[in-house]
Structure formats: structure tokens, C-alpha cells
Design a protein around this ligand. Structure first.
Ligand SMILES: [Zn+2]
Length: 195
């Protein structure tokens, strides 16, 4: 039976229902038969929804990579020697970067993703449209880097389920994830009634 509020897949099946704002280039989580609803963030029928994101442009991807690689070089990791850089693209098209900062009291260290998110919030944005994390790996040295569990939860605060989480090492881009794939059914602001 056709649902009253079609899911994203329905938009793909019936492209003439696609959002007129995004020109059909990408879907919105907020979907309805009334196009106006599809770009109005907020609650629809009790379900907290947020806007999906347009695909990353090549220049945005490159800018994220450059920012994260620079942060990677600046990392303070005298104990683990595992440098990490992260860059976040916010909803205003700005990029914020952060690096891991270790501490002699090990638990007091800060992850790169947390640093980048702090920079984004400080700049006045609370919505991340894409994240890129750089760290060693992805070759014979080991698997590709991914955000740690704690950072996945921190990202949950500011990302939509389909927010792309890109990975890279010093030489190449790695696998691309989404927040949903890294943290399925995660607890977030919507559980506390915040849109
Ligand atoms: Zn982390």
C-alpha cells in the first residue's frame, strides 16, 4: 500500500515528486506529496526529520581533504604516535578542522573529530553536512581509519543519518560511510524532543 508519507525510495521511484528546491539532485528525508514540506526541517507526524544533503562537490571534497590533512600534520600524539586530522563541512559551506591532542593523563586526550566539531560550534554552526577523517592505515599498515565510538556519538549530535563520513590516509581517499552506517539506531537529540 502506498504510504501517506513516502520514504526516500518513493521519491526515486516517482521522480516528479522530487523536491523543487534541490532540483531532483538529491532526496530529502522530509518527504510528502506537498513539495513545500520537503525542505522544511522539523517534526512531521511526530517524527523528527532533517534535511538531506546535496552530493559533495569535487571542490568541497578536495577542501575537506586538504583541511583534514593539514590538521593531521598538526596533531599532538607523542604517546600513541597515531595522528588524526578531521574536517567538517558545515551548513554554511565553511570547513572546520581539528586534530587529536593527547595528554600525559591518557583519558584527557581529545579526538580530532571532537576538536573539529568544537570549532564548528564556535563558528556558530550546529549542522555538519560532511566529515572527513585522515589517519594512517588503509594499506599494509592496517585498515582504514574510522571515527571511534565516542566520536560517532558526538557526530550524531550534529549530523543527519545520511551525512557522509569520508576517510583518507596521507596518500589517498578511503571508504565513504554515513553516520547511519557507523552508528545505526544511535541515540540523539530527537530522543529528547529536540528537532
Ligand atoms: Zn574519537
Amino acid at each position: 500500500m502506498l504510504p501517506v508519507w513516502p520514504s526516500l525510495s518513493w521519491w526515486r521511484i516517482f521522480p516528479f515528486w522530487r523536491c523543487p528546491v534541490n532540483q531532483g539532485n538529491y532526496g530529502c528525508e522530509i518527504t510528502s506529496f506537498v513539495p513545500a514540506y520537503c525542505y522544511v526541517p522539523g517534526r512531521v507526524r511526530g517524527k523528527v526529520l532533517s534535511m538531506s544533503h546535496p552530493p559533495l562537490t569535487e571542490s568541497q571534497r578536495l577542501a575537506l581533504l586538504q583541511a583534514a590533512r593539514h590538521a593531521h600534520q598538526q596533531a599532538y600524539a607523542p604517546y600513541s604516535k597515531f595522528r588524526v586530522g578531521a574536517a567538517v563541512l558545515d551548513d554554511q559551506g565553511r570547513i572546520h578542522a581539528g586534530c587529536n591532542v593527547e595528554n600525559a593523563a591518557y583519558p584527557e586526550g581529545v579526538c580530532a573529530e571532537a576538536s573539529a566539531l568544537s570549532a564548528m560550534v564556535l563558528a556558530g554552526s550546529t549542522r555538519a553536512h560532511a566529515v572527513l577523517v585522515v589517519g594512517s592505515g588503509g594499506n599494509s599498515a592496517g585498515g582504514w581509519i574510522t571515527p571511534c565510538g565516542g566520536c560517532r556519538q558526538k557526530l550524531r549530535e550534529f549530523c543527519a543519518p545520511d551525512t557522509p563520513i569520508l576517510t583518507a590516509n596521507e596518500h589517498a581517499l578511503g571508504p565513504q560511510h554515513t553516520l547511519q552506517s557507523l552508528l545505526p539506531d544511535g541515540f540523539g537529540p530527537d530522543h529528547l524532543g529536540k528537532p
